[in-house]
Every structure is written in structure tokens, then in C-alpha cells.
Design a protein around this ligand. Sequence first.
Ligand code: CAA
Ligand code: NAD
Length: 288
Amino acid sequence: MASDKISRVGIVGAGQMGAGIAEVCARADVDVLVHESSRDLVTAGRARILRSLDRGVSSGKLTEREREQASCRLRFTSDLDDFADRQLVVEAIVEDEDVKIDVFRALDKAVVDPDAILASNTSSIPIMKLGMATENAGRVIGMHFFNPVPVLPLVELITTLATSEDVSRRAESFAYDVLGKQVIRSADRSGFVVNALLVPYLLSAMRMVESGFATVDDIDKAMVLGCAHPMGPLKLTDLVGLDTVKAIADKMYEEFKEPLYSPPPLLLRMVEAGRLGKKAGRGFYRYD
Ligand code: CAA
Ligand code: NAD
């Protein structure tokens, strides 16, 4: 049985989610190596994590010393072969099955220890598809974090028909004991538990806007003031990213063929227009 102590982690991707996962790992005393595919993306990813650590200091959640210690635990690379000594790698790149399969194929070669865990933060791609890109699907698992990662306490764990029990146990222990996250388990079905419930709700809100049923502001106000949600569905879509919501909906529709998962034309047009939400400066709202 492999050692339970995971102290060297790799994160692939330093977008919103990869940066957040890297940050919580570094804050939990773990050595973190973050991969982005170019030097410019490394610079942007590093800045994203440092901004969030600064925010932690200004909101009183971190001391200056803790911020310094966390940033010293973070290193960056553009070469996946540098992940050779990692005990756990979490992939958090764009929600695109072909791109993720390529990365899992490369990780399988790069990460030397056969007991090292290869995890995906995918929102909707069945984990088995990623496992089958490797020679050892037993070490592949879904570890689905929530946005913003430093704030939301959940990780969904998704084991496949092939994931080994030891990998499943060690991934849960890392999420719970090391990162302090709550863990729920989901079957390996597109969307898992949270997005199977959340995404139809987000798409319904878009259909309401599309049909003139109510305005963006009023729909969001309704769910914040009427149901005590922290933000309304359209603001939440902007936070997640419209490209990501569309990719998730497409995958879930592909799996279940249910109209409730089918992305409405308004979402397609906004993605085509580059109105991808908060990260692009414009979605259902503007962010200047
Ligand atoms: N990083 C670190 N901390 C952050 C943060 C970030 N990116 N954003 C907010 N925070 C912290 C703030 O410091 C603040 O902490 P204190 O209360 O201790 O001061 C707290 O969170 C609240 O932040 P704000 O006052 O700035 O703003 P807010 O009250 O409007 O909260 C929010 C912002 C945390 C995003 C909140 O609106 C929220 O929880 N929204 C819902 C988010 C959600 O549902 N996420 C799930 C998306 S679905 C998903 O992730 C899965 C998928 O596959 C798509
Ligand atoms: P993002 O758009 O913020 O970042 C995308 C990342 O993918 C960046 O690191 C980018 O450099 C990388 N990337 C893009 N194209 C690539 C390519 N061809 N090859 C390699 N890397 C590439 O996206 P995000 O919101 O961080 O989402 C990342 C993953 O996390 C997705 O699988 C998404 O479904 C999942 N997720 C997202 C959320 C959310 O709320 N946004 C929540 C949970 C899980």
C-alpha cells in the first residue's frame, strides 16, 4: 500500500480553478508545482495566485508570514516532465475532452511513481474516459473543487470502474485531512452531483432571459432575496464562465440526451461573441 502522506502536488492549469487549487494546497503546507503551457501563462497564473493570497491578508484570513510561506511553496513550469516526482497531480485545464485526454496521456508518462494519483477537476467529463488514456486507470480519479476554491468547502470525489480503493482512500484523506475540505462521492456520470442539479437551473434562468420572462437583474434578485442564494444564477454563470457552462451542458446533453441540459441559443451566441463572463470583463454583467 502506498504511503498516505502526500506532500508533493502538481497542478495542471492556473486559470481560475487551477490557481485556487494551487493556493489551498500551498496554504496547507504542501509543495506545489504548477504547470501552464507558456511563459506568459505562467506569469498570469502566478499573478492570479498572489492576488488571491494578498486578498487573504487584507481580509484578515492570512498573516503576512503565512502568505510568504505559501508563496515559497509554489513553483511553476511549462514542462510536464517536471512532474516526475509528484505524488498527486490535479488537472484543471479547459473543459475539453480531447485536450484533457492528451494531458492525461502525457501525465501518465511523466509521473513516475505508479502509486501517484492522477486527478481531474473536470465538471462534466466522465473520469473513465481520462483513465482510459493512461496505462494505469487504477490511479485516475475525479477531484471536483468549487469556485472560488479558497472559499467553498466541498470536493466531489468520483471513482471509476477502474479506480483502485487505495487511490480513492488517499485522495479522500488528502482532501479532508490536508486541505480541510468536506467530501461527497458521486458515481462517474457526466456532471456528477452538483452540476447535474445546478446546470439545468442556470440554463433555465438563461431561457427566462431569452423569452423575455424577466430581466437579468430581476432573476438574480429573485434568487438572492427570495431563496437566500449568495448570488443569482446569471451572476453565477458569469463567475463560472459561459464557455465552461456551455461545455458542461454539451457534455451532459451528450450523456443523457435530456433537453434540460441542452444549451440555449442565447448562451451559444454569448460564447461566440466572447462574452464569457467575469474573466472576460463581460457576460450577463460588465466588469470594469
Ligand atoms: N478567493 C478567496 N476568498 C474569496 C474569494 C476568492 N476568489 N472571493 C470571495 N472570497 C471571500 C472574501 O474574502 C470574503 O471573506 P470574509 O467573509 O471572511 O471577509 C467572502 O469570501 C465573501 O466575499 P465577498 O464579501 O467579497 O463577496 P460575496 O459575499 O459576494 O461572496 C462569493 C462572493 C464567495 C463568490 C459568494 O457570492 C458565493 O459563494 N457565491 C456562490 C458561488 C458558487 O455557487 N460557486 C459554485 C459554482 S459551481 C462550481 O464551482 C462547479 C462547476 O463545475 C462549475
Ligand atoms: P479557465 O478558463 O479559468 O482556465 C482554463 C485553463 O486551461 C487555463 O489554465 C489555460 O491555460 C488552460 N488551457 C486552455 N486551453 C488549453 C490547452 N489547449 N491545453 C492546455 N491547457 C489549456 O477555466 P477554469 O474555470 O479554471 O476551469 C478549468 C477546469 O475546472 C475545467 O475542467 C472546468 O470545467 C473545471 N471547473 C470549473 C469551475 C468554474 O466555476 N469555473 C468549477 C469547478 C470545476
